[in-house]
Structures are given as structure tokens and as C-alpha cells.
Write a protein that binds this ligand. Structure first.
Ligand code: GDP
Length: 385
């Protein structure tokens, strides 16, 4: 049988250095092998990207989920819409789902993750998934792992699957669990989406007696999140590395606000108001006069707006835009219902740019335009916070 990498699960091969599972011939046949990529990630903190396209992803994950088990559906609290796996309900069959909301360490101070529970359950039910439990965790800070462990131990299923988009923290959570339960952690973690290439598994004993097979499945990359496309240097700026500090800007009509070179919101008409930006603390947020916006891009594309870099800019595509309204009419909850116009209505809402963060509008009268990169999808929701 072909030997597989104990980090990512890819079949080992010595022919193609850039393909999954590459290991030089001389290193083949040793016990507990790690492919070169996993070895570098683990020992040097080096990252590389391998994307699983939707068709391969569905094939791999639905094949493995044919055997029923408990599904840990891992979502990133910073990027809830971007971390939903499209049509997941179609291939998990009758397996019960525990929603595991990871990275709660990033939530702004004073925001209890539990306040988000109803919104999350409602959104999951809309997508065809009714979770049996919701756990809020931070793999990084080891928060909420007692509750997650208990939620898994309580269930009778002997197989446990971690499922989710790339980069939501599946491997980190399973590694943290493995450490607590004193199993060998074989899962490779990485800042770059798409590290876990094939299904990897480990036996873990819960509550001191229930041994279950825990399986990490590959992550899905759809290229519609900012983070699916950016290079390592840009990711360092865009992926929050610390608790989010809501950035509040008092805006007047006739002003515009840049989120690095990744997005921009123009305020054309309406009442002066505060907009709140939930983005990485390292990303430049810059306010200027609307009439100066084009000049500003020309003059500062390579300094103030230097994220994304040139390479990422071409990967993300040119600018595209949609109109935004608040304060009037009917609230739309989903962008796909209103592709050329977002209306958050009089109660306000969040404009979400998956992977980058979100902009909260209060519902005061607002008429304007949001600009974003064409590879990225927008979403709209009720205010999360
Ligand atoms: P996977 O692709 O879903 O298996 O994700 P990984 O476990 O490889 O994690 C992806 C990235 O998210 C890595 O850079 C992790 O350090 C980071 N990450 C994972 N868990 C957390 C968390 O609880 N908090 C924060 N802030 N980052 C996390």
C-alpha cells in the first residue's frame, strides 16, 4: 500500500516537488514520514498553498462521510459566511453535526460569543444543517475545549469528522484535543489555506473510556475569500493576529474610506454617521474626500494601499462595485438576493467581505457604493455585534 504523509495524509511521491506528498527518494521508507511541505511547516514555519477544488473536495469528503459519524463543522468566527461549506448537508447524510465556532479569541472585548449562538443556528438551519450542539472555542488559546470534549464524549458515534473550509482551524482544534487527550497529534497546521490534503485520522479516548476515531478532512478553497488568494506577506496583514479592535469612523457624505487596497466604501448621500470596521488591526483604514479617491489610488497604490501587493492584485482581479443603502425600504439579508444593490434597511446590518472582515452600518440613512475586488464575494447579514 502507498505510504502516506503523517502530517497531511497525502500519498508520498518523489517525482513532482511541487505536487502534494513530495518527499525526496532518499527519505522514503522511513517510519512516520512527513512530506517535505509538512516537514517545512512543522520545523521552519514555512507555508505553501495547495487548493482542493470543489469537485475533488466533494468526492473525497462525501466518500469518507459515507460511514456515519459525528461531524464537527468548524467555522471561523471572523469569517462566518466565508467558512460555510456550500451544500454540505447534501453529503453528510444523517450524521449529526456539532457546530464548532473557532477563533473566538479574535472577537472584540466585551462580546460574548454566546450572543452569536441564535444567529449561527439560524444561518446553519437556512443552509440545511440543524446542529445538535454549538461549541465556541479558541484552539490558539485553548478556550472552550472542555465543552467541546464533553460534547463529543456524550455522543455515541465512534467516528468523528472535522469538516470545514480551509484555514478555519480544523487541524489546530484536533491537535489541541489530541494534546489534551494525550494522543499523538498528527495534524499539520498552517496559516495558508489548504494544508490538510487528504483525510488523516487518530484514535482519541474521551472521558477516559470512549475511544473514537477522529478524522481531519481536507479544507475546501473556493477562491472567493480574500484569504484564499493572498500571498503570505499580504496574509500577515489581513488575517487578524490579535483580538479585533472595532474601528469607528465618523463619516460625512462626500467622504470615502479605504480598507487597504482591498475594499472601499463611498458615502454619497445621507446623514453623517459612524461606521464600524471589523478588520485586522494591521490593515490600513484610510478616510479621504470622495472627489480625491481616484487620485489617492494613483498616488498611494504602492505605499498606503500596498496590501494587496502587485501579484495579489492581479489574482484578486480589478475593482467591482455595488450600491449600498440604509435607512429605507426592506432589509435584504442575503447578497445573492440583491446582487447589484445592498439594502440593510432601517435596522442596519453588516456588509461582509469574506476573509477581510465586515463593515457595520447603523441603519441611519446612507446612500453610497462599496468597491471590492472582483474575485471576492460580498455578503450581507444582520449586525453580528
Ligand atoms: P485548517 O486548514 O482548517 O486545518 O486550519 P489550521 O488548523 O491549519 O489553521 C489555520 C490558521 O488559523 C493557522 O494560521 C492557525 O494558527 C490559525 N488558527 C487556528 N486556530 C485559531 C484560533 O483559535 N485563533 C486564532 N486567532 N487563529 C487560529
Amino acid at each position: 500500500m502507498a505510504q502516506t504523509c503523517t502530517g497531511c495524509g497525502a500519498v508520498l511521491q518523489s517525482q513532482e516537488p511541487d505536487a502534494p506528498g513530495y518527499l525526496p527518494e532518499s527519505a522514503m521508507g522511513k517510519p512516520d514520514p512527513l512530506c517535505r511541505r509538512c516537514y517545512r511547516i512543522r520545523h521552519y514555519g514555512e507555508f505553501s498553498r495547495v487548493a482542493l477544488p470543489l469537485s475533488t473536495y466533494v468526492k473525497e469528503v462525501s466518500a469518507v462521510l459515507q460511514r456515519p459519524g459525528l461531524v464537527l463543522y468548524v467555522l471561523d468566527v471572523f469569517d462566518l459566511s466565508g467558512s460555510m461549506v456550500p451544500d454540505l448537508h447534501e453529503y453528510i447524510g444523517n450524521s449529526p453535526v456539532v457546530a464548532v465556532i473557532n477563533k473566538v479569541d479574535l472577537l472584540p472585548k466585551d462580546v460574548s460569543p454566546h450572543l452569536l449562538r441564535d444567529w449561527i443556528v439560524e444561518t446553519l438551519v437556512e443552509s440545511g444543517i440543524r446542529p445538535v450542539d454549538v461549541c465556541f472555542v479558541s484552539a490558539e488559546e485553548n478556550w472552550g475545549l472542555d465543552e467541546l470534549e464533553a460534547a463529543i464524549a456524550l455522543r455515541r458515534e465512534t467516528r468523528v469528522y472535522a469538516v470545514g473550509m480551509a484555514n478555519v482551524g480544523k487541524s489546530s482544534i484536533l491537535n489541541a484535543l489530541a494534546k489534551r487527550l494525550e494522543s499523538t497529534p498528527p495534524f499539520t497546521e498552517s496559516r495558508v489555506p489548504g494544508t490538510t490534503l487528504a483525510n488523516t485520522h487518530v484514535e482519541m479516548t474521551f472521558a477516559g473510556r470512549r475511544t473514537k476515531t477522529v478524522i481531519d478532512t481536507p479544507g475546501l478553497i473556493l477562491q472567493h475569500r480574500v484569504t484564499d488568494v493572498l500571498c503570505n506577506d499580504c496574509l500577515k496583514i489581513v488575517v487578524p493576529s490579535a483580538r479585533l479592535r472595532p474601528r469607528i469612523y465618523q463619516l460625512q457624505p462626500g467622504q470615502t474610506l479605504f480598507l487597504g487596497g482591498l475594499a472601499r466604501i463611498d458615502f454619497e448621500t445621507g446623514q453623517p454617521q459612524s461606521l464600524v470596521f471589523y478588520v485586522s488591526n494591521d490593515l490600513v483604514v484610510h478616510r479621504t474626500k470622495l472627489e480625491r479617491a481616484e487620485d489617492f489610488v494613483r498616488l498611494h497604490g504602492d505605499d498606503i494601499l500596498k496590501c494587496p501587493c502587485d501579484t495579489c492584485r492581479s489574482a484578486l482581479g480589478g475593482w467591482t462595485s455595488t450600491t449600498v443603502r440604509a435607512g429605507v425600504g426592506i432589509r435584504r439579508t442575503k447578497f445573492h438576493e440583491a446582487r447589484d444593490e445592498i439594502n440593510v434597511g432601517p435596522h442596519g446590518g453588516d456588509i461582509v467581505i469574506p476573509g477581510l472582515g465586515w463593515i457595520a452600518l447603523s441603519g441611519a440613512p446612507f446612500g453610497g457604493i462599496v468597491w471590492f475586488r472582483s474575485a471576492v464575494h460580498l455578503d450581507v447579514r444582520d449586525r453580528l455585534i
